[in-house]
Design a protein around this ligand. Sequence first.
Ligand SMILES: *[C@@H]1O[C@H](CO)[C@@H](O)[C@H](O)[C@H]1NC(C)=O
Length: 180
Amino acid sequence: MKSGLTLIIVLALIQITKQDCFRQSNSFLKRNHQNVLSYQAGALISSKLKNGFNNGNNGVCLRDNLYKILNDGLPYTACGKGQSISIRLLQKYLLNTLKIWLWDYGFSEGDRYYNITVYAILNQGKKNIYVSNSENPAISQMTIQFQEQYVDEFEVVNVDGNTFNQGLHIIKVEAYYKFY
Ligand SMILES: *[C@@H]1O[C@H](CO)[C@@H](O)[C@H](O)[C@H]1NC(C)=O
C-alpha cells in the first residue's frame, strides 16, 4: 500500500517534469532561428507590382542560388525612390534580426550607400527598426538587430536612392531570431 502510493507520487513528479520540459522547448521553438525569408519558408514579395526583378525570376531576393556572379554583378529586386520592397511572411514569427544584402558591385564609382528606412510590421502596425545614417550606413551586407518582436511583414523604403542613382537594389534578404 505504502509503496503503491510512493509509485503514484513518483509517476506524478515525472509527469510534471515532462510537461515543464515540453513547455520550455515549445517557447524555444517560437524563436525562429532559421531564415524565414525564403521560398521554402513561404515568404512572398507583397510589393511585387511596384518592384522590378532584374534578370526575371532570378532577381527575386528570396532565392538562395546567388553566388555565381555574372559579368554585371548579381540579379536584384528593385524599386524607385519613394517606393518600397515588402516581404510578407508565412505567419507571424518572433524575430530580432534582419539581414539585407544591397547591391555592392561598384562600376568604378566606389562604395554605394543607400538611403533607406526599414519597418517590422505586425497586423499592419509598423515599427521602425532602422534608418540609415553615417554611423549606421546602409551598404553591402548589413545586419539590423532589433528588439525581439512578432513580425508578419518587413518593409524596406527607398527614401532617397543611393550614392550612384535613385534606385534601391536588394540582392538577398534573411530574417531570423539570433541567440546572443
Ligand atoms: C536620406 O534622405 C533624406 C531625404 O532626402 C535626407 O533628409 C537624409 O539626410 C538622407 N540620409 C542620409 C544618411 O543621407
